[in-house]
Design a protein around this ligand. Structure first.
Ligand code: SAM
Ligand code: SF4
Length: 335
């Protein structure tokens, strides 16, 4: 049947071609900014998408124009059927990528290569073993760091994600940038974002300006090169002259990139979230299991997308706990 309307175009004219699929709410780390202290209420396994359902939903989005899929979680590699999921999704005409904490990624290198996953975003919030343990509540720094080096050696394109928290790891910004001197990675500094139970406080956030102030204090103006940002890129990219790698800042809080947003998210239990900050979700999995069409639900959810940050269009609103505490914690959204 001929499509009369692009169901992935929202009421602000944004076309959504990038889908992030969370495969699980489970994780082998316990990052403080992502997971509440007491963990999260896990959905029963029967409520989570099976690999066939992941594929069916992904295929539908691809039919309507999605060209890029990122697998995330929780930790996507804790799903036992990850090789099957990769094998199925590799059949779709999309660029397939993954965000992972890299703890077990060495075991999956053959699968990632076989199914064409070339771009990997790896979380690493500190280059200090003790601090890493403090933030992730697990002693896994060496494993993560050696796996990052292994991925680079194996030819993957690696981005390192570091969530910055004032007074905790903001003194490592320059150390992270120095990492890009010899390593072909892009280090991305992420502004700490508010979610249910993560004790967010504006005062703990390290902003784009804070990062740039530190950079300017160390590097000469002529050595700091602005790189071009790809369309829909959420990061502002830079490099230091002569360095192999680059760095970027993702300023979702102080300088949101909502105008050019092309992303949609599916949670592990098959709920469509039209924005990371949105507290509303649309259930795709129940109707899919009932054999009903879900295109109308997708269209309605996309149409309802707010222009800015799930409706929290000012920093004042973002600081109102009542507004963002209705949103799931990041572990169960899928970052
Ligand atoms: N387990 C994988 C990992 O850690 O890379 C994938 C899931 S994790 C939820 C995806 C990304 O979300 C990570 O880069 C993480 O640092 C980021 N993230 C989680 N909570 C955040 C928060 N409160 N503010 C900013 N970024 C956050
Ligand atoms: Fe796990 Fe990633 Fe969340 Fe850390 S950020 S707890 S690694 S899902």
């Amino acid at each position: 049947m001929k499509e009369s309307k692009n169901i992935l175009r929202d009421s602000h004219g944004r076309v959504h071609s990038y889908l992030r699929i969370s495969l699980t709410e489970r994780c082998n780390l316990r990052c403080t900014y992502c997971m509440p202290e007491n963990g999260v209420q896990l959905a029963p396994k029967s409520h989570l998408m099976t690999y066939e359902e992941v594929y069916d939903i992904a295929r539908l989005f691809v039919k309507h124009g999605v060209t890029k899929i990122r697998l995330t979680g929780g930790e996507p590699l804790v799903r036992k059927d990850i090789p099957v999921i990769l094998e199925k999704l590799a059949r779709l005409p999309v660029e397939l990528s993954m965000t992972s904490n890299a703890i077990t990624i060495d075991r999956f290198i053959p699968d990632l290569k076989k199914y064409g996953v070339k771009n990997l975003n790896i979380s690493l919030d500190s280059l200090d073993r003790k601090k890493f343990e403090q933030i992730t509540r697990r002693n896994q720094f060496d494993k993560v760091y050696s796996n990052i080096l292994l991925l680079i050696k194996e030819g993957f394109k690696v981005k390192v994600n570091a969530v910055l928290i004032k007074g905790f790891n903001d003194n490592e910004i320059i150390k992270f940038i120095h990492l890009t001197e010899k390593l072909p990675v892009s280090v991305r500094f992420i502004e700490f974002m508010p979610f249910d139970g993560n004790k967010w406080d504006m005062a703990k956030m390290v902003s784009y300006n804070d990062v740039m102030n530190r950079v300017h204090a160390v590097f000469q103006k002529e050595d700091l090169l602005k790189l071009s940002d790809a369309p829909h890129d959420t990061s502002k990219n830079f490099k230091i002259k002569g360095y192999i790698g680059s760095f970027a800042i993702i300023s979702s809080v102080t300088n949101p990139f909502c105008d050019s947003c092309n992303r949609l998210r599916i949670t592990a239990n098959g709920q469509l979230k039209n924005c990371l900050f949105s507290s509303s979700e649309s259930d795709l999995l129940t109707p899919l299991r009932q054999g009903k069409s879900i295109e109308g639900i997708i269209q309605k959810a996309v149409q309802a997308k707010f222009k800015i940050r799930g409706g929290m269009d000012t920093l004042k609103k973002l600081q109102d706990p009542d507004l963002h505490s209705n949103n799931r914690s990041m572990i169960s959204i899928g970052g």
